[in-house]
Write a protein that binds this ligand. Structure first.
Ligand SMILES: Cc1cc2nc3c(=O)[nH]c(=O)nc-3n(C[C@H](O)[C@H](O)[C@H](O)COP(=O)(O)OP(=O)(O)OC[C@H]3O[C@@H](n4cnc5c(N)ncnc54)[C@H](O)[C@@H]3O)c2cc1C
Length: 339
């Protein structure tokens, strides 16, 4: 049996039947066809094992970065087991810019396309050239173009049930040589226009360290819920009752609200309004600085996490008529479960 506690950042106690560490891609084609539940694990920062997992885990640990210089851009191919933040930092040190707004997002490069990671106005899809996978059931390789990945807000084709046997082995990123800083996001807008990419990187790291709990110190999986996206009509009716409700244009966070069809509302605000900020229940807490982050105070269990998260979700539904969706992947005995 394998102890999963150190393998996921929320740090709940759970066990698994077996784990295979993949340090060499060629091993993938030699894996047996799994007849038990099966999941792919990166660094476990977006997954919570809420009970023992009775199946097999593939932990992707392949390493390697290849940089090809083209006329106006760099094409960077990265193996799935590289750490995302280390990649951002090492490219910056080489004078290759464009990822700095996504500094300090925990986890592996291979998981980045799965939920189309994003922060401070930039998403993985903005730099994605292609994603290569190996289907361990069919034993086939496939390379997806950016369009074929069907990226959305914290979403991609790789989250679908049909892709559950596809291991992302490599991603390719395109980073233009001409760097245009994206300083529109709150916190970065005070940087001078002529600032360097390193300044943006440092600022992002500074803000994130202030706002988000460090999973090495207190178990968490980042934002537990997605920011809900609602229709413009629903937003207008809510705004009459809650005039202070913050909002963004869901299609373009810098865009004008008048042209928006869909509106994104910060889940953190909704949760705070329902009185959960700083509250805790049976070893699980709602973080004091960022109520969107649920934390494991050390003694939390899968049952207490699910109970608390459901309580938050139903309070938000009751007060605002908005159904929160979990961003983290909850893993039960047989695989992904819904909240
Ligand atoms: C403190 C904190 C802050 C965070 N901030 C952000 C943020 O700002 N923005 C953001 O978008 N996310 C954020 N996250 C979430 C997390 O960092 C990302 O989702 C990250 O991409 C997860 O990487 P991982 O390697 O830990 O993936 P895991 O948790 O191991 O896996 C996540 C999902 O990807 C799948 N997966 C992993 N590797 C592969 C692979 N090689 N092939 C196929 N599928 C795979 C898994 O099966 C699972 O479904 C945060 C998390 C924490 C703890």
């Amino acid at each position: 049996m394998i102890d999963l506690k150190p393998l996921h950042s929320f740090g709940l106690s759970a066990m698994a039947d077996s784990i295979s560490e993949i340090r060499d891609e060629s091993l993938l084609s030699r894996l047996p066809v799994f007849d038990t539940p099966f999941i792919i694990l990166g660094e476990g920062t977006n997954m919570v094992f809420v009970e023992d997992f009775s199946g097999s885990i593939l932990n992707i640990l392949t390493k390697g970065v290849e940089i090809k210089e083209q006329e106006n851009q760099f094409l960077i191919s990265v193996k799935a087991g590289e750490n995302w933040h280390c990649l951002v930092e090492s490219l910056l040190d080489k004078g290759i810019y464009g990822l700095e707004n996504m500094a300090l997002i925990p986890g592996s490069v291979g998981a980045a396309p799965v939920q189309n990671i994003g922060a401070y106005g930039i998403e993985f899809k903005d730099m994605c050239h292609s994603v290569t996978t190996f289907d361990i059931k069919r034993k086939t390789w496939q390379t997806y173009t950016r369009e074929e990945c069907c990226f959305g807000y914290r979403d991609s084709i790789f989250k679908s049930h049909e892709k559950q046997f596809e291991v992302i082995t490599e991603v390719a990123l395109l980073l233009p040589k001409t760097w245009n800083p994206n300083l529109n996001y709150r916190g970065l807008d005070t940087l001078p226009l002529g600032c360097a990419a390193k300044d943006v990187f440092n600022r992002v790291v500074e803000i994130r360290q202030q706002k988000l709990p460090d999973p090495k110190k207190i178990g968490n999986a980042g934002s537990f819920f997605k920011n809900p996206i609602i229709s413009f009509e629903k937003f207008k009716s809510l705004q009459e009752i809650f005039p202070d409700m913050p909002f963004f244009n869901a299609e373009n966070e810098d865009g004008k609200i008048q042209n928006a069809i869909k509106i994104k509302v910060p889940a953190a605000w909704l949760i705070e309004q329902c009185g959960f900020k700083g509250k805790h229940f049976d070893g699980i807490g709602c973080h004091q600085n960022q109520p969107l982050v649920l934390v494991n105070k050390g003694s939390g269990s899968g049952v207490s996490l699910l109970t608390f998260a459901r309580e938050i979700r139903s309070a938000v539904l009751q007060r605002f008529g908005i159904q929160l969706e979990n961003e983290v992947r909850l893993i039960g005995r047989n695989g992904v479960i819904s909240l």
